[in-house]
Design a protein around this ligand. Structure first.
Ligand code: SF4
Length: 337
């Protein structure tokens, strides 16, 4: 796990907000700002944050489903961020995505066999005559039966549909899979099954995952490391257990405090984060979290915090993280409530 598979270097993604004036957009939605991150071979990197913080856009940009405004994206050491569609097609089979809602990502007019055959078509190692055999193998991998192969998506439950999406992602023999809120639309019991399946497949094939979710509690079970995103910026990256044990960014701490626990005493101490997520078309200057941060000082309103290393492949972006940690502010569960 010491070699990066995917590297993001100062990645910035912007979309025009209003109708362009003299061919220039009147303003921009800054979906992702200056994100540098490495996803190591064989790891599951979690990307967590509130809705609209830019995490899905970032995942899509890696697979060229969102346009890069500035920065670089490397896959297996090769620059892919600036490639044209045709040149990028070489990498497409090696990078796959599983989306949130399987009902809309599966074509209702296609049987499972046709859905899987379309994906197998991108896998140069599989002959057309072997599609049926390969499709049955893929179904077996996701715990679906061979007789399911000629059924249509509406004949399956939500969990089974998501398994079909995972089988389709595996059909191209990928190295890297982005799960974009892939368990959010499922019932809790089904969520656990799909997560266990994802983990088993990761181990079996040595896959690298980017697991995007707004739910910090799931991250502890799934991820090796977790990156926390706020208003288009990654504010903390830590090993998953350490992030839960001792968050070093006030926003991570607030996210952790907002996770409900099955203990009536603890529920009383839930930290409620005040204020709204800032608009990405007009983010606050300095640290984007400052309007909601209980510890903000003058510098936070003026300067974007830089990266402070916390150990191997771990860092935080907060002007005051050391001071707050030494004062015990980030250790106290009640502090942000
Ligand atoms: Fe809060 Fe300042 Fe740290 Fe931002 S930089 S999280 S405003 S203390």
């Amino acid at each position: 796990m010491n070699e990066p598979l995917v590297e993001l270097e100062r990645v910035t993604i912007r979309f025009p907000d209003e109708r362009p004036v003299f061919r220039k957009p009147a303003s921009w939605i800054r979906a992702v700002s200056d994100v540098s991150l490495a996803i190591m071979k064989g790891e599951c990197l979690g990307l967590v944050g509130e809705s609209g913080c830019g995490k899905s856009t970032m995942g899509r940009a890696i697979l060229k489903l969102a346009p890069l405004y500035a920065g670089n994206i490397r896959f297996m050491g090769e620059e892919i961020g600036r490639l044209g569609e045709k040149a990028f097609n070489r990498y497409r089979p090696r990078m796959q995505m599983v989306f949130q809602d399987p009902r809309v990502s599966l074509n209702p007019k296609m049987t499972v066999f046709r859905i899987l055959s379309e994906a197998l078509h991108l896998n140069a190692a599989v002959e057309k005559t072997a599609y049926l055999e390969q499709a049955v193998k893929l179904l077996d991998l996701v715990d679906l039966r061979p007789e399911h192969i000629y059924r249509y998506p509406h004949e399956f439950s939500g969990g089974q549909q998501q398994r079909i999406c995972i089988a389709r992602a595996l059909a191209t023999d990928p190295l890297f899979v982005v799960f974009d809120e892939a368990t959010s639309a499922l019932d809790v019991s089904v969520q656990a099954q799909v997560i266990n399946l994802m983990k088993a497949l990761q181990e079996k094939f040595g896959l690298t995952y980017l697991f995007i979710s707004h739910d910090l509690s799931i991250m502890a079970h799934v991820c090796t490391r977790v990156a926390v995103m706020y208003a288009g910026r990654v504010v903390e990256v830590r090993e998953a257990a350490a992030l839960f044990e001792s968050p070093r960014h006030p926003y991570t701490k607030a996210l952790k405090n907002a996770v409900p626990v099955a203990d009536p005493e603890s529920v009383k101490q839930l930290g409620i984060l005040k204020g709204e997520v800032p608009s990405l078309s007009d983010p606050p200057p300095g640290c984007p979290f400052h309007p909601r941060c209980a510890y903000a000082e003058d510098i936070c309103k003026k300067e974007v915090p830089g990266i402070s290393p916390l150990g191997e492949k771990s860092w935080v972006r907060c002007h005051l993280h050391e001071q707050l940690w030494n004062l015990g502010k980030l250790r106290n569960r009640k502090e942000l409530s």
